[in-house]
Design a protein around this ligand. Structure first.
Ligand SMILES: Nc1nc2c(ncn2[C@@H]2O[C@H](COP(=O)(O)OP(=O)(O)OP(=O)(O)O)[C@@H](O)[C@H]2O)c(=O)[nH]1
Ligand SMILES: [Mg+2]
Length: 304
């Protein structure tokens, strides 16, 4: 396979005009802080493909000094052989890798016991005055907060979905309190809207956040994100896209790849012009659904 002439760095565009933090997030954050005083513990959900980049400074105050569990969700899409090193770098919190898209995945069973352990360490026990626990679930958009809630409820109460889930960011728009997920001990989860940082200074972090779908694609541009995906797959020698899309060989040229995908899917605009945006969306969607292999987008040994 070719590949020795691949790019060694990506020419990032400026992301200064991207509005990372729209109005509904500011409103959501305000409401979350109000509800937080009635919560005993916080579950922070991150995307396991970007365990470090999906940390949001905005949550520091919410998490400080509180019982907490860190959930690295979408673990089915992340490279498994890096888990030990990720945990070492993240430190001594309760950390659980989960797959909440799959019905009854065993990883989900670990969440409530981990929360109970963390609360216990902070002197919060089930004989508290209220007689129940309330736990807030926080994280960036589209990392799977609502899916985690539904998965716990399914496994612990054998009940259907209580929180709306969707493939694009911004599905949960308001704080939803009192979703009962467990009877013994009686536990309510609080679903919250995905919250982005106000501004993303590191352009590569911005692209990683876009690649896993925490912001709407059009804010950066489908073709730009697709090019970053191609660059990343090649850099990590993850060439399953070649077979998946029926290419003759790997390529470092996003136009070549998108023209190929566009032809294959018959993506034509009026006048018979190839719709490369649609082809880029197809490439991104296949990656996001795990068809192009598992991947860790963050570097283990970089301090962020
Ligand atoms: N492969 C995979 N997909 C997942 C997992 N968890 C959630 N998803 C998918 O990710 C998408 C987003 O899930 P949500 O639960 O709506 O995410 P959210 O964090 O609540 O999103 P917002 O409410 O928009 O902030 C959906 O398409 C889910 O099916 C997972 O563990 N693995
Ligand atoms: Mg949600």
């Amino acid at each position: 396979m070719a590949g020795q002439n691949f790019r060694t760095f990506f020419q990032f565009p400026s992301l200064n005009s991207v509005q990372w933090y729209p109005g509904h997030m500011a409103k959501g954050m305000h409401k979350m802080q109000a509800v937080l005083v009635r919560c005993d513990c916080v579950l922070e959900v991150r995307d396991a493909r970007i365990p470090f980049s999906s940390r949001n400074e905005k949550f520091s105050r919410i998490l400080a000094g509180r019982p907490r569990v860190l959930i690295l969700n979408k673990a089915d899409l992340s490279a498994k052989n890096t888990r030990k090193q990720i945990v070492e770098r993240l430190g001594k919190h309760e950390i659980i890798f989960t797959n909440s898209a799959k019905q009854y995945h065993p990883s989900i069973r670990q969440i409530i016991p981990a929360a109970l352990r963390s609360m216990n360490e902070h002197g919060i026990s089930s004989d508290n005055k209220k007689g129940f626990f309330r736990i807030m679930v926080i994280g960036l958009p589209n990392v799977g907060k609502s899916s985690v809630i539904n998965a716990i409820r399914r496994i612990r109460k054998n009940k259907g979905n209580a929180a709306h889930v969707g493939g694009v960011p911004g599905i949960t728009r308001a704080v939803q309190t009192n979703i009962e997920v467990c009877s013994n001990p009686k536990t309510f989860l609080v679903d919250t809207p995905g919250i982005m940082p106000t501004y993303v200074r590191d352009v590569e972090v911005g692209f990683k956040l876009a690649l896993v779908g925490t912001i709407k694609d059009h804010l950066i541009g489908e073709e730009y994100i697709a090019d970053y995906l191609l660059f990343t797959l090649n850099r990590q020698k993850q060439f399953s896209y070649v077979e998946y899309f029926g290419l003759d060989d790997c390529t470092d040229d996003i136009d070549q790849l998108l023209v190929h995908i566009g032809h294959k899917m018959g993506a034509l605009r009026k006048g018979g012009v190839l719709d490369l945006k649609q082809a880029a969306t197809r490439f991104l969607t296949k990656f996001r659904h795990g068809h192009l292999g598992t991947i860790l987008l963050d570097k283990i040994h970089k301090t962020t």
